[in-house]
Design a protein around this ligand. Sequence first.
Ligand code: TMP
Length: 216
Amino acid sequence: MTPVNPLAAGAAGRFVTVEGIDGAGKSSHIAALADWARARGVEVVLAREPGGTPLAEKLRGLFLHEPMDALTEALLVFAARRDHLRSVIEPALARGALVLCDRFTDSTFAYQGAGRGFDGAVLAQLEGWVQQGRQPDLTLWFDVDPAIAAQRRAAARDADRLEREDEAFFARVRGGYASRAQAAPARFARIDSSQPLDAVRADAIDALASRGWYRV
Ligand code: TMP
């Protein structure tokens, strides 16, 4: 197969987001996805939300640890997202890079929308202002039963404000992801994250490879 070099002039960057409830295990697979793409000569930019710039990382600290209502949560994550998009994501995509972002706006619809019950129409309006039409090319949704995720979270120390939410909250968040996936099936790839680690990793890499953007 002919190698596709996204660094070639005019080649489009790719924006891949990674999603799931806390404890789904998504973050541990991002490095494997990056290694896979780098082995094919692709420039990979690793990012996370909220965060990814000095300003957005400060907002992340506030978001994760200060008590606040759902509207304030939404405004903070979208403020962080705006800075991240302008400073990191858009320039990287313009260079032809693969941007692998740990969480993006599906998190906002799932956590603030479905989890907190905040108005999805307001979130959609903020999304429009902040993203100016930018959407991920692919979203890897690491899906797992909230009971399994709760066990995994219990094994980790120092839970933040969101991670201390109960199982019912995470069941709603999971439902939020399911609705987002149903509304955009071409963009979403659901990965069964209850499988052994190796199988989850293989499925995630397959989902990226099967897009045909890079040689396999
Ligand atoms: P992380 O633990 O995966 O880094 O994510 C930080 C937390 O922030 C996680 O509990 C999900 C939450 N979050 C939201 O509630 N809304 C958002 O828009 C984003 C990006 C994250």
